[in-house]
Design a protein around this ligand. Sequence first.
Ligand SMILES: Nc1nc(=O)c2c([nH]1)NC[C@@H]1CN(c3ccc(C(=O)N[C@@H](CCC(=O)O)C(=O)O)cc3)CN21
Ligand SMILES: O=c1ccn([C@H]2C[C@H](O)[C@@H](COP(=O)(O)O)O2)c(=O)[nH]1
Length: 277
Amino acid sequence: MRAYLELLRDIRDHGVDRGDRTGTGTRSVFGRQLRFDLREGFPLLTTKKIHFKSVVNELIWFLSGDTNTRWLKENGVSIWDEWATEDGDLGPLYGAQWHAWPTRDGGSINQIDYVLDCLRNRPESRRILFHAWNVEYLPDESMTPQDNVAAGRMALPPCHLLYQFYVANGALSAQLYIRSSDVFLGLPFNIASLALLTHMLAQQADLSVAEVIVSLGDAHIYSNHQRQVETQLAREPGSAPTLAIGRRPDTIYDYRFEDFSLHDYDPQPPIPAPVAV
Ligand SMILES: Nc1nc(=O)c2c([nH]1)NC[C@@H]1CN(c3ccc(C(=O)N[C@@H](CCC(=O)O)C(=O)O)cc3)CN21
Ligand SMILES: O=c1ccn([C@H]2C[C@H](O)[C@@H](COP(=O)(O)O)O2)c(=O)[nH]1
């Protein structure tokens, strides 16, 4: 995860100070890429403790097509609460677009099924991707997340929005485009989630794993994360943990948190930071 720490340093030392939608203020750079080799370990930050349960359960929740925070809360995950309505609704965001992209005849397309079909039957295809940028349902930036949900739109537009896969020598690689990245809070989650999804798809398609790559558009540090960034940069990274998957579920939709275990994850303490809403 040294590449991640270098990105924090790059933004701190070379970024431009800009205002943003949340009114918090950011320092940012535009267009960066980080690569992690899954054969060398699971890319989970060691310079602060990451709540792995939130990463796993959020991904299971996305894959199920759920867009209400109820199940997340029941399963110990609170990272989406600030954007939900009183009833827990978030509008048709990630889960809806991944699992049930709406079609003009009132039906839906499961993009995850499409990806698995490609991985199993056309692994050399250059079209193995899914995305969540469904323009019809993007929120109106002048309205609150909750008002957007009430109007049938997403609470937030997708940040991690396009996932592409590549198979070579029986090994799966993935690249994710993130248009806007909260590098201190969101990015460690996004990297771990991409790695986890790659392991799950590989298991389901009888492939091994190779690399994950994240490509970033606006990569920013919020002004109220500066102190936390310094704390983190002063820490020495440890070795990467490894991921084990305890069984092979029948489908990509049948994974549970208990199926995953991390070995040798010995992180430094958490670094609390406020999330910009
Ligand atoms: N400003 C902002 N940053 C984000 O990363 C983000 C959003 N908004 N909106 C939508 C989702 C929600 N995500 C979030 C929200 C909160 C945390 C967070 O507070 N993480 C804490 C503890 C999390 C926990 O214990 O579960 C952390 O220290 O990592 C992380 C990702 C990622 N996304
Ligand atoms: O998975 C995620 C989701 C969200 N973020 C961050 C990136 C931005 O800081 C905000 C979204 O604000 P916009 O004005 O819509 O760009 O959330 C993330 O890093 N990762």
